[in-house]
Write a protein that binds this ligand. Sequence first.
Ligand SMILES: [Zn+2]
Ligand SMILES: [Zn+2]
Ligand SMILES: [Zn+2]
Length: 172
Amino acid sequence: MSDTPSPEDICPKCGEPLGEIVTTPTGRKLQRCSAGKYDPQTRKTEGCTFVKWFPIEPKTLEEKCPKCGAPLLLAVTRFGKKLKKCSTAGWDNENRKPTGCDYVQWITGTSIELDEKCPECGAKLVLYTTAKGKKMKKCSTAGWDKIKREATGCTYVQWLKPEDAAKYENQE
Ligand SMILES: [Zn+2]
Ligand SMILES: [Zn+2]
Ligand SMILES: [Zn+2]
C-alpha cells in the first residue's frame, strides 16, 4: 500500500480520487468520482459526474462447446446482446482472421417465472427478457404455434420500464 494513488484511480475531470468499483443490476461494473454522488431517487449525479465504465469480461460457463468440447464463454456485446462462444476462439491480428473454434450461440431471450398471477387468466406470469435487453411480463400460457404461425394461449403482455425491471433483477 502506498500513499500516492495510481493515475487510474484519479478522476480525469476534477483530480479527486475515484470511489469504489460498483456493479449495476445488469452486471456492468463502474467506478464513480468520489466528488460525485449518484442519487437513485432522482437518477441524477450531484457534484462531479465522471464515471469510468469497465469492459464486461466474458464469464466461463460450465457448458461445453458442442463442436470441440472446450468450455463456453458468456460474452456481452457493446450493444448489450448476449452470446455464448467457444473459449478457444480468438483473433489473429497479423492475418486479420479468427482463430480457434468458431462456435457461437446467440442468446435470444430468457424468461424467469414470477410469483405473480396473470390478471386475465390467473396463470403464472413470467419476466421475459428479449435479446436486446427489453423486458416484459407475459403470461406463462402464452406460446407460438410454428405450424399455424399464430399466438397460442393467453395474450397478456406488460412491457416494463427499465426502472421497474431493475426491481425484479435485484430479486434474483
Ligand atoms: Zn471528479
Ligand atoms: Zn469449440
Ligand atoms: Zn394469462
